[in-house]
Design a binder for this molecule. Structure first.
Ligand code: FAD
Length: 320
């Protein structure tokens, strides 16, 4: 009962999310003295299979009809059946919406325990402990997962991957699928210009202090000069200055870039919850007491109007 399972949807590919889940799964399996098995639902690309093989003892691909397109009922049934016989102490899923939807339901079906938005996992006295933030990001709580398996969705993109040459087996599995209770009638793909916010390694975010939608154009120039993706605080999104899918935070996107540049954003705890995994944070704000300054490595106390243009010019010159 000390194996670890990671669950992935084939559509993801060997991206930062898959690498983070697999890396954390490998470390946990080693700490427990068990094996790491990956279950991939849907069509697994070659790069996903190869990436998983390097870290997992077994890669199980279930790509039959009914699993090629995500449906909660069928995905749940498949994960339940494939996880049951593997003696799982823990099951890790990523931070995509499918995983978030399925985690508590899978835990219930397997008689296990469940936790969302996990940032770190340890093993103490043979039991799995998971850490997540609480009180809107003001504190960290450590939970002992008393019922096995511990079914957790983790902040996949913020977790380190692992080096590995395990060379696990690849097998295909077939499962009994129920008739789905819901029918998906339409899918709309979120419009993004290239890289999504979640996958971005550089983000330039703007807040209410910008005062309107126009300054976001100026920030676009800055973002373009370094190949960054634009984000925003909820206040800016709620005001209709930028689309809602730019929102970073507790009720928005969880991002983990190398650099997060927060411009005219105060740093409310709900915003910090979405960008707290950034490797480096820099801020521009007129208020020296703005909370964002407690969470950044570099800060400029200044009106953004005096900084953004010269900074953009400087970065363009450096890039050239
Ligand atoms: P403000 O807090 O108004 O800050 C504006 C900042 O701009 C100030 O610090 C000011 O000094 C600075 N400023 C003003 N003029 C200039 C200038 N010319 N140059 C430079 N700086 C300037 N918020 C999120 O962002 N994401 C979420 O997901 C989210 N979820 C929430 C969930 C719940 C349940 C609740 C209750 C709130 C949530 N919020 C979220 C809202 C959050 O509490 C804050 O209200 C919001 O983050 C504030 O956005 P802001 O920093 O842009 O605005």
């Amino acid at each position: 009962m000390s194996n670890v399972i990671i669950g992935l949807f084939g559509s993801v590919g060997w991206d930062r999310g898959a690498q983070g889940v697999a890396g954390e799964g490998r470390r946990l399996a080693d700490a427990l003295g068990g094996e790491l098995h990956a279950i991939v639902l849907g069509n697994a690309s070659d790069d996903l299979k190869q990436g998983l093989q390097s870290l997992c003892n077994a890669v199980v691909v279930a790509d039959q009809n009914g699993l090629d397109d995500y449906q909660p009922e069928t995905a749940l049934a498949a994960l339940e059946q494939l996880a049951k016989d593997r003696g799982a102490k823990a099951i890790l899923l990523g931070s995509d919406t499918y995983s978030q939807e399925i985690t508590p339901r899978l835990a219930h079906r397997l008689g296990g325990s469940s936790l969302a938005d996990v940032q770190a996992i340890t093993v103490e006295g043979g039991s799995v402990r998971a850490t997540r933030s609480s009180y809107g990001g003001k504190a960290l709580s450590v939970y002992e997962m008393k019922l096995d398996p511990a079914v957790l969705w983790v902040r996949a993109r913020a977790l380190d991957t692992a080096e590995g040459s395990v060379g696990g087996s690849v097998e295909s599995a077939s499962v009994d699928l129920p008739e789905p209770k819901v029918r998906i009638t339409e899918r709309r793909v979120e419009e993004t210009d290239g890289v999504s916010l979640e996958d971005a390694s550089l983000i330039v975010s703007g807040g209410r202090g910008l005062g309107g939608p126009e300054p976001f154009e100026e920030l676009k120039g800055l973002a373009d000069s370094i190949g960054a993706v634009q984000g925003a605080s909820r206040a800016a999104c709620d005001a209709g200055w930028v689309p809602p899918n730019w929102q970073v935070g507790q009720t928005g996107k969880k991002v983990a870039p190398e650099l997060y540049l927060a411009i005219a954003i105060s740093g409310a705890s709900q915003h910090l919850l979405g960008m707290g995994d950034s490797k480096t944070v820099a801020a521009i704000n007129t208020d020296p007491d703005a909370p964002i300054f407690k969470h950044c490595s570099f800060g400029v106390v200044e009106d953004y109007k005096n900084v953004v243009e010269p900074l953009t010019e400087k970065l363009k010159a450096l890039g050239a």
